[in-house]
Design a protein around this ligand. Structure first.
Ligand SMILES: [Zn+2]
Length: 181
């Protein structure tokens, strides 16, 4: 861990980076933010390694981080958790372009945490699921579209089948097997 970097900040020594253009630094990220959330999801943690590189007077930050999140399943309303990849590719410069680049502070150290958390929020699921196959709170009473689809998927072909043909399909499958014996 770099001195000064903890679970709330990700510090980069910009003075050292800018001294020599093209200098690259690997920056470990292990953020556990206090309260970063949308109405349906919250950031649990952001982990990985990103690379900070000086390009002239600018600093480019890039890498892929693992975003752990928790939220409420949109179907069964039970707690849901998951991990999503966050692609980071941002530029810091002294005169930032609004909405495109970030401001490079005049201080020796740059804290990447606010930028990383902004990107993390954008990557949070909009409609979380506890599991792709979640059938909802009471599938027998209120079957969701997905649960109904799963029942109809033909195990052999992966295609959606018609339940009325299921009995016939079963007969067909039994046929060749019997003749092989
Ligand atoms: Zn669920």
């Amino acid at each position: 861990m770099i001195a000064g970097t903890d679970d709330r900040s990700v510090l980069v020594d910009v003075a050292a980076l800018l001294r020599w253009p093209g200098t690259r630094r690997e920056v470990p990220v292990a953020l556990v933010p206090e309260r970063i959330e949308t109405s349906v999801c919250a950031v649990v943690g952001l982990n990985g390694v990103i690379v900070a590189e000086s390009i002239g007077e600018k600093v480019a930050v890039s890498g892929t981080l693992a975003l752990r999140w928790r939220g409420e399943c949109r179907r069964c309303l039970e707690p849901a958790t998951g991990t999503t990849e966050v692609e980071i590719q941002e530029i810091f410069e002294k005169e930032p372009v609004e909405g495109e680049t970030y401001e490079l502070p005049t201080a020796d150290h740059l804290d990447l945490a606010p930028m990383l958390l902004e990107q993390a929020i954008l990557a949070l699921p909009i409609a979380p699921l506890c599991d792709e196959s979640c059938a909802g709170p009471a599938p027998g009473v209120y079957p969701t579209a997905v649960a109904a689809e799963i029942d109809l998927v033909d195990e052999q072909t992966g295609q959606l089948g018609d339940p009325r043909w299921a009995a016939l399909d079963a007969l067909r499958l039994e046929g060749p097997e019997d003749s092989e014996k």
